[in-house]
Design a protein around this ligand. Structure first.
Ligand code: TYM
Length: 419
């Protein structure tokens, strides 16, 4: 009988950060090393998912391999026969199952995904700033050049268009189009000397919109029961369960439905998914898409610089150390990082610092820990043998193609594509 599968993926953007490490990588590697006897462990690089954010395509291939090296530097025993590491795009069944599942998923379901909504909101915000910038340029030029008589009228028109489009989320591309059209249409458009970047910018992609379906395919192809992920992916896991149940109901037992998220947390010994927060804005998660990177500890950061980021972390003015993610998110985040890096419980770390009335000792300790951690991790990473990693990847990919194709064939038959 085949073993229950534990599976997770980390995108290949070569900028993995402490949130990825503590939230997903470390628990997964611990789990892999402890459970590889009883379970099949799948740890993969979702390289097709990398396109959902802008990347340097010339680097992607090597970055996928570098990501696998990060798994090994974290302590994954790739010599174990039940441990599989692979790249998503090397197993075409992922894409094919996603295409099939697409037709059984509602547009509304995808629109409700928090991660998608957040990305859209932040891009609308950027466009709004761009529009403001354009407006200022228009105004300046109207004052300086009386000849541009109809500019005010055009301004009013495009503002209306922005409003309508923004409401529709779909807007971005059309709305950027209308902005650039206005600039280009305006006879004196060139005097504004505006760089019309919008024509090239397609806005949020269909790939981003559809991302959870590909993620569901990643999980369902191997019948994974457990999927250790950070808190931000919980909704995608719930969606995976829904689509699996929906397909099973319609076509008979096709998929193993992953365990309910609460049960998974129990299995991994936690009460909830982990969320490491941005050091400068502890109300949001630490994320690779952060533009400045100042609140994010990247695994590739120079240890000294990372320590400085910790020292500049935003805290609060309550002057007491307590674990309260609502009222003291910055301090609680530091306590959390402290506990995870030292292997102590959060309770123990909180008690240890409880009663302190300023934050500098806690910051210094965490800064020192982060520095040590990065020194150690980076040394391990540079010692990873790439040749061995590639050999393991090729062996795993052959086996994963076999397993994934079995599930895909079942699905193809069920939906009528094969006899
Ligand atoms: P990705 O690459 O954005 O993140 C990888 C893992 O890191 C976790 N994570 C965090 N955990 C705690 N605190 C944070 N600040 C933090 N930021 C990220 C994420 O929850 C994730 O577990 N969709 C996935 C990749 C994926 C996948 C899959 C995962 C594709 N297919 C199938 C599991 C199963 C993603 O974008 O993760």
């Amino acid at each position: 009988m085949s073993k229950p599968v534990i599976l997770t993926g980390l995108r290949a953007n070569n900028d993995l950060h402490l949130g990825n490490y503590l939230g997903a990588l470390l628990p997964m590697v611990d789990m892999a090393n402890k459970q590889a006897g009883e379970h099949q462990i799948n740890l993969f690089v979702p390289d097709l998912h990398s396109f959902t954010t802008p990347i340097d395509h010339s680097k992607l291939y090597q970055q996928s391999i570098d990501n696998v090296k990060v798994f090994v530097a974290t302590g994954l025993h790739i010599g174990h026969e039940n441990v599989h590491i692979y790249r998503q795009s090397f197993i075409p069944a992922h894409s094919e199952l996603a295409i099939i599942l697409n037709s059984f998923v509602g547009v509304g379901e995808m629109e409700r995904m928090t991660q998608y909504k957040e990305k859209i909101a932040s891009s609308v915000e950027k466009e709004r700033e761009f529009a403001k910038h354009l407006e200022e340029l228009f105004r300046k030029n109207i004052n300086e050049n009386n000849e541009v008589n109809d500019a005010v009228e055009r301004m009013t028109q495009y503002k209306k268009r922005i409003k309508i489009n923004e409401k529709k989320y779909l807007s971005q591309q059309k709305y950027m189009q209308s902005l650039s059209d206005i600039v280009l249409e305006t006879e004196k458009g060139d005097i504004f000397n505006i760089e019309v970047k919008s024509k090239k910018d397609i806005g949020p992609s269909v790939g981003l919109f559809d991302y959870p379906v590909l993620m569901a395919a990643d999980i369902l192809l191997y019948g994974a029961s457990y999927v250790p992920v950070g808190d931000d992916q919980t909704q995608h896991l719930e969606f995976t369960r829904n689509i699996a149940e929906r397909m099973n109901k319609k076509f008979g037992e096709l998929f193993v439905v992953p365990n309910p998220v609460a049960e998974q947390h129990k299995f991994f010994g936690k009460d909830q998914g982990l969320r490491i927060r941005d050091l400068l804005d502890p109300n949001k998660k630490m994320s690779k898409s952060d533009d400045t990177g100042k609140g994010v500890i990247f695994l590739s950061d120079k240890p000294e610089e990372a320590a400085k980021k910790v020292m500049s972390a935003t805290t609060d003015s309550l002057n007491k150390i307590a674990l309260d993610f609502e009222k003291q998110p910055g301090v609680s985040n530091l306590l959390q990082i402290h506990a995870l890096l030292s292997g102590e419980t959060l309770d123990a770390v909180t008690k240890h610092h409880g009663g302190e009335t300023n934050y500098s000792d806690l910051k210094k300790e965490v800064a020192e820990q982060v520095k040590e951690f990065l020194n150690d991790f980076q040394a391990k990473l540079s010692a990873v043998n790439e040749h061995e990693v590639i050999k393991k990847l090729e062996a795993s990919e052959a086996e994963m193609n076999r397993q994934a194709n079995e599930t895909l064939a079942k699905v193809q038959k069920a939906v009528g594509l094969r006899k």
